[in-house]
Design a protein around this ligand. Structure first.
Ligand SMILES: Nc1nc2c(c(=O)[nH]1)N[C@H]1C(S)=C(S)[C@@H](COP(=O)(O)OP(=O)(O)OC[C@H]3O[C@@H](n4cnc5c(N)ncnc54)[C@H](O)[C@@H]3O)O[C@H]1N2
Ligand code: MOO
Length: 392
């Protein structure tokens, strides 16, 4: 059995190069910029007023000035400054050439066409041209575009961007006991939940999940499903990964010529994880227990999907204070489902007393996975431990 770190490195090595795609900016939110975007604008394009008030010449302060015209956003004043004059100006309007200050209107007394400045304190209230960015400024590639990035690109007058294609991820759940949500389970049957949960994890990191029909526990059913899914960018199977007579994924994939990168990882839950290449398609075989499938999805599948878009996954863990004693660990890295509460200085982490890898209700209530190293010694309440957050 290999370690989590080794397994992750082998999974990431399966990632093909990111594929570029030109996309209208309006559809680019939360997707990954693959080529740097270059600004076609200088912002602001002109010296712009930051206040509603009067454009004046600094050296005219103390005089009564004649208001000779108006500049509003989108409506520049056509002239230039001359001594003893002011221009009525509004926020966002170009400051006419020769004026070097805007006095906010609250600090001005107006009398017909004349103004006097009641309070000359404060700054010049002018945003110089190019204060924000210039034509040719680039937004670097490799970032997942947030709302502010989209706004910035719009301001840069970049109507289309080159993004990484969303990896299409085929999800194959298998098992004679499984029926889809909404169906009536027969004797011994349950509802297939893993495929939908895994689809959620795929969406969370920018992938495009395609849920395939549930495969039966026969070699033929699994073979057909695997063969039909090879046009996906990534193939994720769930279940049938262990050693039972009906656990056929490894056997069938092997028969189809899968190049296995590894089978079995020293982790809890998630031991019977498998990964490799099926022809040109990377494949991850997740274990069937619902929590095991999700934990492996978070630790291995999500980083792979991020890598396929040219992104790095988060590597660091967070620190918390343990709320309860914990026994020594065995030889596998343990991911305990836990809640997080506010604590004194550090958050308080409280692992659930049951860590059964079939209990989805606990996974749904968990705020974090408390990560314990293989062979870690017993811990006392109050000790500092590491966790991976599951929310936000
Ligand atoms: N003799 C051994 N038995 C088992 C071992 C072992 O080392 N030796 N490992 C256990 C561990 S750990 C896990 S994890 C499971 C993994 O088994 P499989 O990947 O073969 O998964 P299945 O047997 O198909 O299913 C396990 C469990 O999960 C339920 N399941 C499967 N798919 C779904 C789905 N889409 N939605 C909801 N629930 C699903 C399935 O009904 C089973 O209850 O093996 C242990 N056994
Ligand atoms: O790995 Mo199993 O995933 O321990 O339940």
């Amino acid at each position: 059995m290999i370690s989590v770190e080794e397994a992750l490195a082998k999974v990431l090595a399966l990632a093909p190069d990111s594929q570029p795609e030109e996309v209208p900016l309006a559809e680019a939110w939360d997707r990954v910029l693959l080529k740097p975007a270059v600004s076609r604008m200088t912002q602001p394009p002109f010296d712009a007023s930051a206040m509603d008030g009067y454009a004046i010449r600094n050296e005219d302060i103390g005089r009564t000035l004649t208001v000779v015209g108006e500049a509003a956003a989108g409506h520049p004043y056509p002239g230039t400054a001359s001594p003893g004059t002011a221009v009525r100006i509004f926020t966002g309007a170009p400051v006419p050439p020769g004026f070097d200050r805007v006095i906010m209107q609250e600090n001005v007394v107006r009398n017909k066409d004349g103004i006097t400045i009641a309070d000359p304190s404060g700054g010049n209230n002018i945003r110089p041209a190019g204060d924000d960015f210039h034509e040719g400024t680039t937004l670097a590639a490799g970032r997942r575009l947030r709302a502010a990035d989209i706004g910035l690109l719009a301001a840069m007058n970049v109507p289309k961007v080159t993004l990484a294609k969303r990896p299409r991820v085929a999800i194959l759940a298998g098992g004679d006991e499984l029926v889809p949500p909404g169906a009536m389970p027969g004797p011994g049957q349950i509802i297939s939940s893993n495929d939908l949960a895994i689809a959620g994890l795929i969406r969370q990191v920018g992938g495009d999940p395609v849920i395939l029909p549930i495969a039966r526990d026969t070699e033929e059913s699994i073979r057909q499903a695997l063969q039909g899914a090879q046009d996906a960018d990534l193939l994720v199977t769930i279940g049938g990964a262990s050693v039972g007579d009906h656990d056929l994924i490894g056997k069938v994939a092997d028969g189809l010529g899968m190049q296995q990168a590894f089978y079995k990882v020293a982790m809890r839950p998630g031991k019977p994880l498998m990964a490799g290449m099926l022809a040109q398609t990377p494949m991850i075989g997740l274990p069937g227990n619902p929590v095991s499938a999700m934990v492996c999805g978070i630790i291995f599948m999500q980083p792979l999907i991020m890598r396929m878009q040219g992104l790095r996954h988060r590597t660091g863990l967070f620190h918390a204070r343990l709320a309860t004693d914990l026994p020594a660990e065995g030889p596998r890295q343990h991911y305990l489902r836990a809640t997080i509460e506010d604590g004194d200085g550090l958050p308080l982490i409280r692992p659930f007393s049951s860590q059964d890898s079939a209990r989805l209700s606990l996974m749904a209530d968990a705020d974090a996975l408390l990560v314990r190293k293989p062979g870690e010694a017993a811990r006392k309440a109050g000790d500092i431990v590491e966790f991976l957050p599951l929310r936000g």
